[in-house]
Design a protein around this ligand. Structure first.
Ligand code: FAD
Length: 483
């Protein structure tokens, strides 16, 4: 059951429940601080949603989609695949899936290695809290893979149990009604796909399967897709999605999903209140993720919940002394792998008595790997105004960036939201090539409370996509060079 020998008397400094990005990061960091760590994971694999059915496999498939797109437009780059005037590239979906699975396996093995390297005790089992600590020691109930019961003891517990896809009432996922889990294992590209929900997960799958040739219908209940992003991003992505032939419907309330002889039928009320129906081969339900907090023994502790999410302080501590929560189960933080990882590092530092900086909601980058990509951090224009800032905006289109021309990827823009008074940069919102990578600069700028003036005199290498940021800072003062 455990990788490292443990005895009934072993008392860990920290027991971590859940081996996803939050849990394994907390475990490795705690071990680096010299703490005695147990990492409890109910499955036989570390990595959680992110590695197995989230970030990593989706990005692997999206990279294949990007290559497929380049191959199909090869002629533009002077590349033809074979003889004749109309070469026909073919997509080997089995090989695409195999590559994705190989990447997941490689990184799962990497985590196994890191557990050993950091001398973390790994335990396979389902964990539940038994109540408050007694004399400073928590007891955690464990149910092993074959139902065997045991307990472990620890001075601190970090909960990192993650989340799972919410389903619409009355539905269970199968080979036609899909969540992120089933869609990632499809044996072929569906001819048509309805996607309910256009947040990051829904939008990425829409973009990916459109590139692979599926007919895509997006049904979003809110007035815009990618509703957490700056409004300009939603507007432009909608235009670009439509240009790619994606049928985007906002203000659409899904009423019913039923199976037909060959596929599915989704009935919904459109933005004008009219009943509509659409049929497709499959439907993906991407309407958010529910925290896994119901079967954890939390009711036996002082831990407080907000709509199922665990409330924590700046050090990720719950209201129950010695119990911490990190990652997707935490109230008030976005459900992103890097939030899980950083909140894990904060909890580990607090337990070890080391310095830490709290996770700040307005310092979290959000990256969506659609075509084109989105990378954003900080306040949107509307949020900055609502928070009482007098704002100035700089916007620079990728059309003026020479590296974007080299890549043949001109869609999108960089938008900078700055405070008028001192020129402090409050938010950066990118739609365009490389957005998920170049946003890193903006994250550092916000973390260091940089100003427009400072960034206008920060050298950006040429020709790079990052230069679009330099032009966008300049645009705040009406002084972009390349527009
Ligand atoms: C399709 C998709 C794409 C995504 N893409 C991105 C992306 O590109 N970038 C990004 O930042 N985020 C992305 N995310 C979000 C990301 O996957 C999550 O934010 C991240 O996995 C959360 O990490 P976690 O450690 O909190 O939980 P999880 O990764 O969910 O891990 C929790 C672990 O706890 C285990 N567990 C649960 N209960 C118990 C228990 N009682 N005892 C023992 N073990 C237990 C589970 O088996 C699981 O392994 C994506 C999500 C999806 C669904």
């Amino acid at each position: 059951m455990a990788d490292t020998v443990q005895t009934a008397q072993t008392i860990y400094d920290v027991a971590i429940v859940g081996g996803g990005p939050g849990g394994y990061t907390a475990a490795f960091r705690a071990a680096q601080y010299g703490l005695k760590v147990a990492l409890i994971e109910k499955t036989d694999k570390l990595g959680g949603t992110c590695l197995h059915v989230g970030c990593v496999p989706t990005k692997a498939l999206l990279f294949n989609a990007e290559i497929w797109d380049h191959v199909q437009h090869g002629a533009e780059f002077g590349i033809s695949l074979g003889d004749g005037a109309a070469p026909t590239p073919t997509l080997n979906w089995g090989a695409v899936q195999q590559r994705k699975n190989g990447i997941v396996v490689k990184h799962t093995k990497g985590l196994d290695f890191l557990v050993k390297k950091n001398k973390v005790t790994r335990i396979q089992g389902y964990a539940r809290l038994t109540g408050p600590a007694v004399d400073g020691i928590h007891t955690v109930d464990l149910t092993g893979p074959n139902g065997e019961a045991s307990q472990i003891k620890a001075k601190n517990v970090i909960l990192a149990t993650g989340s799972e896809a919410r389903m619409l009432p009355g539905l269970t996922p199968d080979d036609r009604i899909l969540t992120n889990i089933e869609i990632l294992a499809l044996e072929q590209v569906p001819k048509s796909l309805i996607i309910v929900g256009a947040g990051a997960v829904g939008s990425e799958f829409a973009s990916m399967f459109r590139t692979f040739g599926a007919e895509i219908t997006v049904l979003e209940f809110l007035p815009r897709i990618m509703a957490l992003e700056d409004e300009d991003i939603s507007k432009e992505l909608t235009r670009l999605f439509k240009k790619r032939g994606i049928d985007v419907n906002t203000g659409a309330k899904v009423e019913k999903i039923e199976k037909t002889e060959t596929g599915v039928k989704v009935s919904y009320t459109d933005a004008n209140g009219k009943p509509q129906a659409k049929e497709a081969e499959k439907v993906l339900v991407a309407v958010g993720r529910a925290p896994r907090t119901t079967e954890l023994g939390l009711e036996k502790t002082k831990t407080e919940l907000d709509r199922g999410f665990v409330k924590v302080d700046e050090a990720q501590q719950t209201a129950e002394p010695g119990v911490f929560a990190i990652g997707d189960i935490v109230a008030g933080l976005p459900q992103l792998a890097h939030v899980g990882m950083m909140s894990g590092m904060v909890a580990a530092a607090k337990i070890a008595g080391k310095k830490y900086r709290p996770v700040r909601r307005d310092r979290v980058p959000a990256c969506t790997f659609t075509e084109p990509q989105i990378g954003s951090v900080g306040l949107t224009e509307a949020q900055a105004k609502a928070a009482g800032h007098e704002v100035k905006i700089g916007k620079f289109p990728f059309a003026g960036n020479s590296k974007a021309t080299v890549l043949g990827s001109h869609d999108g823009f960089v938008k900078v939201v700055a405070d008028v008074k001192f020129g402090e940069i409050l938010g950066v919102h990118i739609l365009g090539p490389g957005a998920t990578d170049i946003i890193a600069e903006a994250v550092a700028v916000l973390e260091l409370e940089g100003t427009v003036e400072e960034m206008m005199f920060t050298i950006h290498a040429h020709p790079t996509l990052s230069e679009s940021l330099l032009d966008a800072y300049g645009a705040v003062e009406g002084m972009a060079i390349n527009a």
